[in-house]
Design a protein around this ligand. Structure first.
Ligand code: AMP
Length: 177
């Protein structure tokens, strides 16, 4: 395992508030400085494209993983592209060898990636740390929902502790050496 590889889940939308893309850029700069490499969905779309641009600008290593049917959407400046047959294989390959998974603000695709990874962490099948960057309280409703799951005993509190919600890029970066 490359001890300094992080998987990033983020929005594919072009119309989100630019503050979320700025947070993505800041995060890349902070983690690149610490010598981390990145894995993402690798497309040109939305925050993913912004992330790719910033990693390239910082000279970081970026593995983009896409299902074959997204051919043509890949960001051409990634260091490496890996093609998969399905979205499920993509998610599995994205996690492989990573020490952490970070969800930036995103929609249902990001949520799917985050929840699958958290579920695997709960089952002891994902050894990395799990984060959702809670810029401007974007993930407050998810925090409430997870706490509700604990209250209703649908989720055990040890699993609840497996995901952290740093409110700033600085706080997020403080978890990484
Ligand atoms: P979303 O959060 O719904 O915008 O979906 C983006 C996230 O899910 C990214 O982290 C991608 O890996 C994955 N994904 C889901 N749908 C797409 C798509 N149409 N194009 C690129 N990535 C996608």
């Amino acid at each position: 395992m490359d001890g300094k590889r992080i998987v990033i889940y983020c929005s594919a939308s072009y119309t989100i508030d630019p503050k979320f893309n700025e947070a993505a850029r800041q995060m890349v700069r902070a983690l690149c400085k610490k010598g981390y490499s990145f894995v993402s969905g690798g497309t040109v779309k939305g925050t993913m494209g912004v992330l790719s641009e910033e990693i390239q600008a910082c000279g970081g290593h970026h593995l983009g993983i896409l299902p074959r049917y997204m051919q043509g959407l890949e960001y051409t400046g990634v260091s490496e592209v890996l093609w998969t047959d399905t979205m499920s294989q993509r998610k599995e390959k994205m996690r492989e060898g990573t020490c952490a998974a970070i969800a930036l603000p995103g929609g249902i695709g990001t949520m799917d990636e985050l929840m699958e990874t958290l579920t695997l962490a709960k089952l002891g099948r994902y050894p990395g740390q799990v984060f959702a960057l809670n810029i401007d309280g974007f993930y407050d409703k998810l925090i409430d929902w997870l706490d509700y799951l604990v209250d209703t005993r649908m989720l055990d509190s040890d699993t609840r502790e497996l995901i952290r919600f740093p409110r700033t890029v600085e706080e997020l970066a403080s978890y990484f050496d």
